[in-house]
Design a protein around this ligand. Structure first.
Ligand code: HEM
Length: 464
């Protein structure tokens, strides 16, 4: 009995302390003019609920507080914005003080010259330098032929094998970029690069705890090793003028009006590798998943690709015209990106107190432009849970204000066409060479990232 009373007292005490802490935290953020919402626990805010409940947490808060509410997520006071017009305004108005708001660990590891860390005129020329690498002429003569060569070889010996398509698409996204950037192909340097790159990616997704053994510390070490490798490559390029890859083009100062320092070139390369890695690999993996589950879509896609192959020799690469003619493939990529929600949203940060949507958002707050729910809005995408690429054949869907699969405004994805070219070429060789079935039982997670925690295994056999 005594034990029960002690327990009860402890329970009541814990309850009192908890509600006092919650109340104190709410009062701390009760500034005039802030949008409605709750701030959760001191320091931790509502991060646990957000990560545990995922999209339902955001949907519940929206039901209670509307499309524009406050919370405290991943260590920062945050505004979640789900209003299409306000989202557009936020993405278009970096100059008014709405700059990228990505976590510190990401910025530290990607480098101080990486595109998300720079603003104003520096952002303009870093972005210009990147875009100059993927002009239509470069796409035709350099980028597409290299992607083609890479995909043929990457997909060459899958027949009669069980493949973890998650691993294969990750490797594909990284190695294809490495070939474009520095002409690197399988070999010891590439292998070393790959290992360090995987550690770097993990580090950017971790808490910035600078202690031995943490993912952050390892990510930082991996960055140092990658920077050393890239510096060596830059030195080699200085003594040889033969190579014609992205690295050489970035270094050709006399030709390049976007002149970059060595440090900027290195961060630019890390940015290109990083930005195209998970987006391209996950979209490719999920396309394979959806095509498997929707044979009528696979049939239509295959028709498009077999028509392209007809009349071509086995060794003929895909041309720019053929890539542009892949209308259904492009639709499959958009539909995959929409239905799987590869990108949940983008983050911004206020650099000063500012008024948005009639509320005053204090300096230093994050704004989560949360685009996930747009993807499942039945008024925009009828029967939204159905994998229906045909909806994208109406080209105007791609130019709608609410189309944010590749971001919007001044930071809209500069690698969009490059990413689509990689995924399209991958699909081209995959569906014309192989048929496949899932081994089955693999779990797929949709939030906070789309991933198969134990891999996605498929049994592959020859199509012909
Ligand atoms: C299916 C593939 C891809 C998807 C879904 C995607 C998505 C996005 C999104 C949503 C943003 C906006 C981020 C923001 O506003 O903060 C973005 C920006 C960016 N993307 Fe992509 N991306 C893809 C492929 C690529 C590739 C292949 C590259 C390689 C060049 C790339 C490079 C970048 C860069 C550098 C930015 C930052 C632009 C800036 O800050 O000005 N992306 N991407």
């Amino acid at each position: 009995m005594a034990a029960f009373i002690v327990l009860l007292c402890f329970g009541c005490l814990a309850l009192c302390i908890s509600s006092a802490l919650l109340r104190w935290n709410e009062l701390k953020y009760r500034k005039k003019g802030l949008p409605p919402g709750t701030m959760g626990w001191p320091i931790f805010g509502e991060t646990t609920e957000f990560l545990k409940q995922g999209p339902s947490f955001i949907k519940n808060q929206r039901t209670r507080y509307g499309n524009f509410f406050k919370s405290h997520l991943l260590g920062c006071p945050t505004i979640v914005s789900m209003d299409p017009d306000i989202n557009r305004y936020i993405l278009m108005n970096e100059a008014k003080g709405l700059v990228p708001g990505y976590p510190q660990s990401m910025l530290d590891i990607l480098g101080k010259c990486n595109i998300a860390a720079v603003h104003g005129s520096t952002h303009k020329y870093m972005r210009g330098a990147l875009l100059s690498l993927i002009t239509p002429a470069k796409l035709r003569h350099q980028v597409l032929p290299k992607i083609d060569q890479f995909m043929r070889s990457h997909l060459s010996d899958w027949n009669q094998k069980i493949i973890n398509i998650q691993d294969k698409t990750k490797e594909m996204a990284l190695m294809s970029s490495l070939k474009q950037i520095a002409g690197l192909e399988c070999g010891p340097m590439c292998e070393e690069f790959k290992q360090e790159f995987f550690k770097l990616v993990l580090g950017t997704l971790s808490l910035p705890i600078d202690l031995p053994g943490t993912s952050y510390k390892n990510g930082f070490k991996a960055r140092k090793n990658i920077v050393d490798m890239l510096r060596r490559l830059i030195e080699q390029r200085r003594s040889s003028t033969e190579e014609d890859d992205m690295l050489s083009q970035l270094m050709k100062a006399e030709e390049n009006r976007h002149r970059l320092t060595d440090d900027e070139i290195i961060d630019q390369i890390i940015t290109i590798l990083y930005s195209g890695y998970e987006t391209v690999s996950t979209t490719s993996m999920m396309a394979i998943k959806y095509l498997h589950d929707n044979p009528h879509v696979l049939h239509e896609l295959r028709k498009e690709h077999t028509a392209i192959r007809q009349g071509k020799n086995l060794e003929d690469p895909i041309t720019l015209e053929e890539f542009k003619s892949m209308r259904f493939t492009r639709a499959v990529i958009f539909e995959t990106s929409r239905l799987a929600t590869i990108v949940n949203g983008v983050l911004r940060k206020t650099t000063r107190d500012m008024e948005i949507n009639g509320f005053v958002i204090p300096e230093g707050w994050r704004i989560y432009v949360y685009t996930r729910e747009i993807n499942y809005d039945p008024t925009l995408y009828p029967d939204p849970m159905r994998f229906n690429p045909w909806r994208w054949l109406d080209k105007s869907l791609e130019s709608q204000n609410y189309f944010l699969l590749f971001g919007g405004g001044t930071r809209q994805c500069p690698g969009k066409e490059l990413g689509i070219a990689e995924i399209s070429t991958f699909l081209h060789y995959f569906v014309t060479r192989y048929r496949w079935e899932e081994v089955g039982g693999d779990k797929l997670m949709k939030f906070p990232r789309v991933e198969a925690p134990n891999g996605l295994h498929i049994r592959v056999s020859s199509y012909s």
